[in-house]
Write a protein that binds this ligand. Sequence first.
Ligand code: FAD
Length: 347
Amino acid sequence: MTKNILFLAHLDESGNGLPKAAWEVLGAAVELAKELNASLSIGLIGGDVQSTADSLANASAQRVLAVAGSHFAQPRYASDLLAADALCRVAAADLILAPATSRFLRALPGLAHRLGGRVDTHVTSVQVIDGTLCATRWFYRQRIEGVFQRDANPWILLLDSGCHEAFRAPSGKVNIEQLAVDLPADARRTTIAGIRAPKSDSQTIRPDAAMLFVAGAGWTKKQPDGKSHPEQAETLILDFLRASGASLGGSKSLVDQSGENQAVLGFMTHLNQVGQTGATPRHPKGLSTCCHGEEPHVVGWRFINERRAINLDPNCGWARGKADVLYVADAFQVMTKVNELLKNSAS
Ligand SMILES: Cc1cc2nc3c(=O)[nH]c(=O)nc-3n(C[C@H](O)[C@H](O)[C@H](O)COP(=O)(O)OP(=O)(O)OC[C@H]3O[C@@H](n4cnc5c(N)ncnc54)[C@H](O)[C@@H]3O)c2cc1C
């Protein structure tokens, strides 16, 4: 029976708060602790964690533990592992709930090995069924949902983002139990000299965006005037992404064309592909444009709650129960108008 739950989190890249997924995991941890009548501890890793700890004051945690300091501000396998190890041992945790961030997906499998426990990643929910703690995750490319339990101590669960209501409560004042962790020289030898990243507006895959915008091969096809207009398509799509902050997905037909060096949308890569052989992103809303809505594509929309599509063809796949709303219209015209409206509302 689970007695001690540890909610484990690292600070986000700004160093001032938690990643979005961590708030959601905390929501799940608070509910589970109540249901199991287990004690809840919070373990934080980061540079200066006081203000973040204060924002968790009303999470009904028995203890707030932290491994803090400049050595723990940056993601690094060796220091994250030792920090998490210390937090789990002091909390005597038998169940550890943590967000499936890239930082923890790297470090926590090693933690499970050190503690003699087990880890499961991409968990979508934790629940008590007939008195037994069970976790849920998808298998076989999101086609089969599995519910499973383990006799592991500790059991480490990395929960995916977008699967639970985020924890929200007023801040307060928290007394943190700071743990001192000695980092041997070889755990410090990797240092971050700087970060080189694409400009945020050229980063088209945005997992936390409120909307998924999908572009299909129709954007590069001959239009009613007998010509294709890839440059205009490119401008319309990029303007929309900039103004709306949406994440960009693509159909397989479109991303395959980019791979063949055809004159198509330069910013589209296989990483954008949504579908059976692509990604299954999670967003509250989705808008599909110039994409036929065939099953191998739409299967990747499983976690998009509200679906809309723009297609010239009233018999496209979206019309067959796959979209909530289908606009039978020319996406070039619709997106020109939408971009105008977004520009006006911003100014
Ligand atoms: C094993 C297997 C795995 C697959 N995996 C995937 C996958 O992961 N993801 C995926 O996407 N596909 C996948 N496919 C391919 C999938 O079946 C379709 O071929 C693909 O999704 C079609 O892409 P599309 O709709 O963009 O292109 P098309 O089928 O060419 O459709 C283009 C659409 O654009 C519309 N259009 C054209 N101009 C306009 C305009 N001006 N305004 C509005 N609409 C316009 C047309 O009416 C048409 O419906 C897979 C197929 C197989 C066999």
